[in-house]
Ligand binder design. Structure first.
Ligand code: DAT
Ligand code: MG
Length: 155
């Protein structure tokens, strides 16, 4: 956590992934548009094919869940877009923009509610990931953007 976060929280950061389904469907711009239009700032952005090793680290907490093998396969199924987004209370704010995990249940108005649906597969394909806490965000940013994690440590 940087000195700025301790005082006013304006430098809070979160990790966003436009998952392979979102990227394939051409929804990257729409997802980022919603996040930017809300007023948050993009501070890191890249397209990449994630390695299984990276995805296993990223989803470590889910490694014993029934959907885990399908989740890793899905997340490996094509390029995705990784972004670091900054702003006061951005972790919570982005989670609210994204909506709940199951895209059928996600409220209309949210990214998953408006753009996602169930496809009857073993893992939910729900377009986007957002870190679930500032602690998770720090861990995930270090995985996906080691160059920015370095910045934060020196800030
Ligand atoms: P979220 O992505 O909303 O933070 P999570 O961290 O609990 O949700 O799970 C990670 C991903 O795993 C989620 O985006 C989709 C998939 N997933 C989670 N729970 C699932 C379930 N019960 N059935 C199928 N896929 C699931
Ligand atoms: Mg999660």
């Amino acid at each position: 956590m940087s000195a700025h976060e301790r005082t006013d929280g304006s430098h809070e950061r979160t990790l966003v992934l436009v998952k392979p389904d979102g990227y394939r469907r051409g929804l990257t711009g729409e997802v980022l548009r919603r996040i930017e239009s809300k007023g948050y700032k993009l501070v890191g952005l890249k397209v990449q094919q994630a390695s299984e090793e990276l995805l296993q680290e990223h989803y470590h907490e889910h490694r014993h869940r029934h959907f885990y093998p399908a989740l890793i396969e899905f997340m490996s199924s094509g390029p995705l877009v990784a972004a670091v987004v900054e702003g006061t209370r951005v972790v919570d704010g982005v989670r609210r923009l994204i909506g709940s995990t199951d895209p059928t249940d996600a409220e209309p108005g949210t990214i998953r509610g408006d753009l996602g649906r169930a496809w009857g597969r073993a893992t939910a394909e729900n377009i986007v990931h957002g870190s679930d806490s500032p602690h998770s965000a720090q861990r995930e940013i270090a995985l996906w953007f080691p160059e920015l994690a370095e910045d934060a440590m020196h800030a």
